[in-house]
Design a protein around this ligand. Structure first.
Ligand SMILES: *Cc1c(COP(=O)(O)O)cnc(C)c1O
Length: 366
């Protein structure tokens, strides 16, 4: 912790609004027989948010990072806790100690988890991942998938085969369609045939699979989703997918940053143009002399300035460097001055970077 007294920049997290969003998503899914793992990695597992996921109807608290699960344990939360990045061999002991269930795609890792469970006198549930074309994690070959399932079921006696899952819309930008979900169900049924019983969980993906719930086109056997962004922000579903997400608060997270300079300047750089401070070729439009403000926050904190959305009408993000954010305020009706505070909505990338920056305070609104 730093002893600096400066207040800005900070991110405010409104816990009441977050709880509303968790409940809204859980309830819509429940109506369709789908349970929810509440994913907290998108805001670095802010500890104050974790009890909300525990108290709500989420059937587990999930993250890609064991640190968040450890925080939740330290808060005395009971879980169950799910690790949703397939485990590193080096984190298997911590996985078994901290998490109840994990997503997996490597037989070598499954064997290691089983051995570790023996040492710790525990059992661990696993969901096997199937890659349906997004080309991130998961078994590609169906026989490999079924063989791994049989191995877990019949030989790895400290592991419980809980189900099967997939992930879409992450690396390969593949859309979750009813057809993709049917492919997942087919793989589940191949496993069920081989092990002679039904699987408990068929996990259809993350937020990018939620449109099928909203549109009521999710095949019946999909009974689980792992939702992060769609609960915390709901922005992508509204803006990119054109869904009516009015039942969610879009302002659970608010960034507040302070203005450190206001001046009228040319909009087009003056001199010989080369590359910016990150080695990129900038794009600049000559709109004549414009009124601009600089805020005391930068790429180090949010990474992508295009994913910051000013709330005040007439404020437009122009660009940023490591420690400065430049906005056009020419068309803003309010008389802004140095020291004023501007508010921004976040999107996934700005949420994940800002909540992880040591230079950005967090303020929890109860
Ligand atoms: C991040 C992640 C999720 C949640 O993604 P959102 O888009 O935030 O809902 C679900 N499953 C896996 C495997 C993930 O890595």
């Amino acid at each position: 912790m730093s002893s600096l007294e400066k207040k800005y920049p900070y991110v405010e997290v409104d816990l009441k609004k977050l709880r509303h969003n968790i409940d809204a998503v859980v309830n819509i899914c429940k109506e369709q027989g789908i349970s929810i793992a509440g994913v907290v990695k998108g805001f670095n597992g802010i500890p104050e948010t974790l009890p909300l996921y525990q108290e709500s109807g989420c059937t587990s608290i999930a993250s890609s990072r064991l640190e968040h699960i450890e925080d939740a344990r330290n808060l005395g939360l009971e879980g169950p806790f799910m690790l949703i990045r397939i485990p590193m061999l080096s984190e298997v002991p911590d996985l078994v100690r901290l998490a109840d269930i994990s997503l997996n795609s490597e037989v070598e890792v499954l064997r290691a988890i089983n051995e570790e469970c023996k040492k710790q006198g525990k059992t661990h549930k696993v969901i096997l991942m199937a890659d349906l074309g997004d080309l991130r994690e998961g078994f590609w070959d169906v026989d490999d998938l079924v063989n791994a399932a049989v191995l877990v079921e019949k030989e790895l006696d400290h592991l419980i085969l809980e189900g099967i899952g997939t992930n879409l819309g992450c690396y390969g930008s593949i859309v979750a369609t009813p057809e993709k979900m049917e492919e997942l169900i087919q793989r589940a049924e191949a496993i069920e045939k081989a092990i002679g019983r039904q699987l408990n969980i068929i996990s259809g993906g993350g937020t990018t699979s939620f449109p099928l719930v909203i549109n009521r086109t999710m095949p019946e056997r999909i009974n689980h989703l792992r939702m992060g962004e769609g609960i915390a922000l709901g922005k992508d579903l509204a803006d990119l997918w054109g869904l009516d997400m009015s039942f969610l608060h879009k302002d659970v997270f608010t960034l507040r940053a302070q203005i450190i300079e206001i001046k009228d300047k040319p909009s087009y750089p003056v001199g010989e143009i080369f590359v910016d401070c990150f080695g990129n070729k900038g794009v600049y439009e000559d709109r004549g002399i414009r009124r601009r403000a600089i805020l005391g926050i930068g790429k180090v904190d949010f990474c992508l300035d295009s994913q910051l959305e000013p709330r005040l009408p007439g404020v437009e993000v122009l660009g940023s460097s490591s420690d400065h954010l430049i906005v056009d305020i020419q068309d803003c009706k309010e008389e802004l001055k140095v020291g004023d505070i501007l508010e921004f909505d976040l999107r996934y990338s700005t949420m994940v970077f800002l909540t992880g920056s040591r230079y950005v305070r967090l303020e929890i609104k109860q």
